[in-house]
Write a protein that binds this ligand. Structure first.
Ligand SMILES: [Zn+2]
Length: 404
């Protein structure tokens, strides 16, 4: 609710109802008493709103199944609330350079069905649109749930307001693709576009590690580097949704010119081609490195071996993290966030990147009251931008921007 507008009782009721819906969707099997306690309303007021949400088939009550014997001993089993299996859903789409994925997700962020198409190349934009539309038709046929919105999370740059994918580098020449109007015409469903890293930041906010953190950065660091910025619990979208393009922050003013027009952009230094060159250049110093047995090591190979403490892999990954840290420190000096969430495929369980980034940025940051910043791996590994295609729409629903 906007602070410079009066609120009548209906507005307040709607606001409270959406707040309860959000708590149930993003919390873990809450009871009525827990909700009343968290929201600070009377049990009766909460009970009335919950009854309405049940009548509207948005939530349902189930008996709580205890996880342990001690829970069973603690008296009566409470009834808990969760998102109804009859509630409406969103079609989420993720567009990447090498694949696109379509999912059906509900208000709780649960994925009910999915399709993935991989490609090595695309002839033109129509080929991509046909593929996506085919996927939509198939998922629609397979689901008995009602789909009411489409959320598209895409490689950038994009124009969020216009729903246009602008000119992503290395994207088969596809540019100025008016993707939201295409889907609205073909499906009749309201469709919204967001860049992948911003979507990742929202996935963490609603369904991941960052539910209780107000200021943080989601950093997607695989093919290209992008960031989603959450400030005071809200995604900072910028003027046209092009915020967080950290890959095109300069780390060398005398560096080569980038396609974006800037000089010495981070992505010109922190990329897989540079990493492969470093492996090749240092091969005689580290003849035992498992990376030398791989003809064309990819990102997963390098991070896996760095986590396994292979010296060559650690050196290459550490240099990569150094480049990122130069850009990050500048951003963190301005934003003063409490955490950085890293999104990438981690084939093992190590956290070399998180530790490396943490040590490289901490020395340059002297936050009041805390001399450190937390760097953690995404709850969704590299899937936050996909889950974000759903979280992006659900966030609009919980905020009252979109109706159910
Ligand atoms: Zn650039």
């Amino acid at each position: 609710m906007s602070s410079n507008k009066g609120n009548n009782n209906q507005d307040i009721k709607r606001h409270n109802k959406l707040l309860i819906l959000k708590m149930i969707a993003t919390g873990h099997k809450l009871s009525r008493v827990e909700i009343a306690h968290k929201i600070g309303l009377t049990k009766m007021a909460v009970g009335n709103l919950i009854s309405e949400l049940i009548e509207e088939n948005l939530i349902s009550e189930t008996e709580y199944v205890p996880h342990s014997e001690s829970e069973t001993k603690n008296g009566r089993k409470p009834v808990v609330l969760s998102i109804s299996d009859q509630s409406p859903c969103t079609l989420g789409i993720l567009i990447k350079r090498e694949l696109c994925q379509l999912i059906i997700g509900d208000l709780s962020g649960a994925i009910l069905d999915s399709i993935t198409y991989t490609y090595e190349s695309l002839n033109n934009a129509s080929e991509l649109l046909d593929l996506l539309y085919q996927g939509y038709l198939q998922l629609q046929r397979q689901t008995r749930r009602k789909i009411i919105y489409i959320g598209i999370s895409s490689v950038g740059p994009i124009n969020m307001q216009e729903g246009v994918i602008l000119n992503p580098p290395f994207f088969y020449g596809i540019h100025d693709l008016e993707i939201t109007s295409y889907f609205e015409e073909k499906t009749g469903l309201p469709t919204y576009l967001i860049n992948d890293a911003n979507a990742g930041a929202l996935a963490e906010k609603l369904y991941g590690m960052m539910r209780n953190d107000r200021n943080y950065l989601y950093l997607h660091i695989m093919n290209g580097i992008g960031a989603g910025i959450i400030i005071n619990d809200v995604l900072y979208e910028g003027n046209t949704g092009q915020s967080g393009e950290i890959g095109h922050c300069s780390i060398n003013f005398a560096g080569p010119e980038c396609d974006c027009g800037n000089h010495g952009c981070l992505e010109l230094y922190a990329n897989i081609r540079v990493m492969r060159n470093e492996i090749y250049e240092h091969r005689t110093l580290f003849p035992e490195s498992p990376l030398l047995n791989i003809r064309k090591p990819n990102w997963e190979d390098i991070i896996k071996e760095a986590n396994n403490k292979d010296t060559l892999a650690m050196m290459v990954m550490s240099n990569y993290c150094s480049y990122i840290s130069y850009a990050l420190i500048n951003i963190l000096k301005i934003l003063n966030v409490s955490a950085i969430v890293t999104g990438y495929t981690n084939p093992g369980s190590g956290n070399f990147i998180e530790q490396c980034l943490q040590s490289k940025i901490s020395h340059a940051l002297h936050y009041e009251g805390s001399d450190n910043i937390t760097v953690i791996h995404s709850f969704f590994d590299d899937n936050a931008p996909l889950i974000g295609s759903i979280a992006f729409i659900n966030n609009k629903i919980f905020n009252g921007e979109l109706s159910l």
